[in-house]
Design a protein around this ligand. Structure first.
Ligand code: 4AD
Ligand code: MG
Length: 441
C-alpha cells in the first residue's frame, strides 16, 4: 500500500498524521478510551482512541477486534515514553482489513511441538522474530565478508550424481530413470571453480538424511562454503577465524535489540576475535582422557572418548568450554574424515583438516580441510570409500589439468545462529525446520 508508514519509522513522523498497517497483539479498553497494540514486522506500537475523537464505528471496532486481525489505521504520531516502542498513534480512523478467527497461540506457555506445528503463525512472535532477524544479519555479514575479500559466488547444484560427505545420509531421488541425490555440500563443485576464479564461495541449502534426533542436526540446513586455490590448512584456519569473528562483530553491532529479546549474555560473544586457540586432535585427545573429563562424560551418560575415533557431541562440549572463543581442532585421524582430505605429510594417519568448535556447548560450526591434489591418491581414496568412480570422473579432472593444493570449509548457518542467539536447539534457527520427524508445515 502506498503511503504506509512502518512502525520502525514512526520517530521520523512525530506530530504528523500517518497510515499504519499491522496485526493486533493486545486489546484493552477503559471506558471512554480504547487501546490496541499492533505489530507490523518492523516494531510494535500502541494505538489509542478516545470516544470523543473518533466516529462510533471506529470506536466499536477498536473494542471488538480480535487478536491477530489485520488493521489499517490513520492517526497522529505522539512520543510517549511509557508506550511500547516509545511512540503511540492517536487513532482517527481504523479499518479491519483481515479479521482473525480465534488465534491458537495464546500468551500461555505452549509446548515446542505445538509451536512448531504452528510455525507459520509462530513466526509472528517475538522470539522467532529476533532469531530470524539475527539469522538474516549473519547471512548478510557472510556475503559482505566474501564480497569484500574478493571471493566470487559460484552457486552449486542441488541435484547431484554422487555423495560428498559419506553415503549413509544421502537423500535419493529419481532423475529420469537414473539415481540422483540431494546435495550434502557444494564443495566438489567449488574446487574446479577455484581453479577458474581463484577464491570462490557458495551458499545454499544442503541435505542429509540424519537418522538421529539431536539438538544439532537438521535434515535440510544452509551451508556457506569458501574454497581457495593454492591454500594450505593454515590459510583455511585463518579464513575461518576471521569469518566467524566478523559475523559475531556484525551481530553485536547491529542486532542488539534482538539479542536483548533473547536475553543473550553478550559478554560471552564480545571476546570472539582472532586468534582462535588451535589444538591438534592428539592434544585434544589428551585433554579428553584426563580423569576429570572422563568422569564428566560418564556423568552425562555420553559414550566415552576413544582415541582414534571422531569426537562426539560431549567431547566437543568439553573442548569448547575450555576457552572464551571458538577452538580449532586440526589433524583428525584420516580414517574418520572425508575421502578428499589431504593427509599430513608428517603423519599420513592424520588429515590436514580442521573443525571449529563453538564455546558454551554448541559444538562444531565449521568443518574444512586441504584437499587431495594428487590424482593417483585421490583415485585410491574414491575406491577405498566405495564411491562410484564414474560419477567422480569430472572431479578427477581438476587434478589432471593443473592440480594445485587448495582448501576450504563449510560453515553451517543454523549452528552459528544457535550459538550466537543462545538457543539450545537448532530447530528454532531456520524458518521452517526439517528434522527426522518433521516436514510440516
Ligand atoms: O563438516 P561437514 O560435513 O563438512 C562438509 O560438508 C564439507 N564438504 C565442507 C567444505 O569443506 N566445503 O559440514 C560442515 C558444517 C558443519 O560444521 C556443521 O556446522 C554443518 O555443516 N552441518 C550441519 N548443520 C545442521 N544439521 C546437520 N545435519 C549438519 N551437518 C553438518
Ligand atoms: Mg564435520
Amino acid at each position: 500500500m502506498r503511503g504506509r508508514t512502518r512502525i520502525a519509522h514512526l520517530p521520523e513522523h512525530a506530530g504528523q498524521e500517518v497510515t499504519l498497517g499491522g496485526w493486533v497483539t493486545h486489546r484493552r479498553s477503559k471506558g471512554k478510551i480504547a487501546f490496541l497494540v499492533v505489530r507490523d514486522g518492523t516494531g510494535i506500537c500502541q494505538l489509542v482512541a478516545s470516544v470523543k475523537d473518533v466516529d462510533e464505528e471506529t470506536f466499536a471496532r477498536m473494542e471488538k477486534v480480535t487478536q491477530e486481525s489485520a488493521v489499517l489505521v490513520r492517526g497522529t504520531v505522539r512520543e510517549d515514553r511509557r508506550a511500547p516502542g516509545g511512540y503511540e498513534v492517536l487513532v482517527r480512523e481504523l479499518e479491519i482489513v483481515g479479521p482473525a478467527e480465534e488465534y491458537p497461540i495464546s500468551p500461555k506457555e505452549h509446548g515446542i511441538e505445538f509451536l512448531l506445528d504452528h510455525r507459520h503463525l509462530w513466526l509472528r512472535h517475538r522470539r522467532p522474530w529476533a532469531i530470524l532477524r539475527i539469522r538474516h544479519e549473519i547471512v548478510q555479514a557472510c556475503r559482505d565478508f566474501f564480497y569484500d575479500n574478493e571471493f566470487v559466488l559460484i552457486d552449486s547444484p542441488i541435484l547431484t550424481p554422487a555423495a560428498c560427505e559419506g553415503t549413509s545420509t544421502l537423500f535419493e531421488t529419481d532423475y529420469f530413470g537414473e539415481k540422483a541425490y540431494l546435495s550434502q555440500s557444494g564443495q566438489l563443485y567449488l574446487e574446479p571453480a577455484a581453479m577458474a576464479f581463484d577464491r570462490v564461495y557458495c551458499f545454499g541449502p544442503t541435505f542429509r538424511a540424519e537418522k538421529s534426533k539431536t539438538r544439532r542436526h537438521l535434515t535440510e540446513f544452509w551451508m556457506i562454503e569458501p574454497e581457495i586455490a593454492w591454500a594450505g590448512l593454515d590459510e583455511v584456519m585463518e579464513l575461518a577465524e576471521r569469518l566467524v569473528s566478523y559475523v559475531v562483530e556484525r551481530v553485536l553491532e547491529r542486532r542488539r535489540t534482538e539479542l536483548e529479546i533473547l536475553e543473550r549474555d553478550v559478554s560471552k560473544l564480545e571476546s570472539v576475535a582472532p586468534p582462535f586457540p588451535r589444538l591438534s586432535y592428539d592434544e585434544a585427545a589428551e585433554i579428553l582422557l584426563r580423569p576429570e573429563n572422563v568422569a564428566r562424560a560418564k556423568e552425562a551418560g555420553a559414550p566415552p572418548f576413544e582415541p582414534g575415533n571422531d569426537l562426539g557431541a560431549m567431547d566437543e562440549t568439553i573442548l569448547g568450554e575450555l576457552h572464551d572463543r571458538p577452538v580449532m581442532i586440526h589433524r583428525y585421524p584420516t580414517k574418520v574424515k572425508a575421502f578428499y582430505m589431504e593427509p599430513d605429510p608428517e603423519n599420513p594417519d592424520r588429515a590436514l583438516c580442521v573443525d571449529v568448535i563453538a564455546p558454551e556447548g554448541y559444538g562444531e560450526i565449521i568443518g574444512g580441510s586441504e584437499r587431495i591434489h594428487d590424482p593417483e591418491l585421490l583415485r585410491r581414496r574414491i575406491e577405498e570409500h566405495n564411491l562410484p568412480e564414474e560419477a567422480f570422473r569430472w572431479y578427477m579432472d581438476v587434478r589432471k589439468f593443473g592440480g594445485v593444493p587448495h582448501g576450504g570449509f563449510g560453515m553451517g548457518i543454523e549452528r552459528v545462529v544457535a550459538w550466537i542467539c543462545g538457543t539450545r536447539h537448532i530447530r528454532e534457527t531456520i524458518p521452517y525446520p526439517r528434522t527426522i520427524n518433521r516436514i510440516y508445515p
